[in-house]
Write a protein that binds this ligand. Sequence first.
Ligand code: C5P
Length: 136
Amino acid sequence: MTEQIQVVVGAAIIRGGALLAAQRADPPQLRGRWELPGGKVDPGETDIDALIRECKEELGVLVKPRQRVGGDVGFPRRAQGPPAILRVWVAELIEGEPAALEHLSLRWLRAEALTEVDWLPADVPFIDDIRPHLVG
Ligand code: C5P
């Protein structure tokens, strides 16, 4: 039997030249670290549908994924779960104002502040892919 890979999706929500970063509340070992909002793709769900669902659940907003950036970035998971990969899309805010419904806090980061926060390891490689989208 082939081992399933858990796909996790993240949204690079950009507005006015700034990227939305979200500070995790849990699990305890990730608490306080920063991520692109998103989460696990459910069985039978498309990546895009998962991205839209997660942004609704976590931030209370409607987003439109515009363009995928970067590749599949693998990261280790706890316990005996399947290996996981993170995929990221630049997403446009369509409706609502982001709120930290499941996170400790949110920050809008301009280009010069992108590396100021302690990103989760899987998110780090995407920051350089997102950077060009903050201008123009
Ligand atoms: O948000 P959720 O708990 O569903 O995400 C599952 C796992 O994916 C997290 O525990 C975290 O390790 C990882 N993740 C990540 N970067 C993100 C979102 C999630 O590394 N932007």
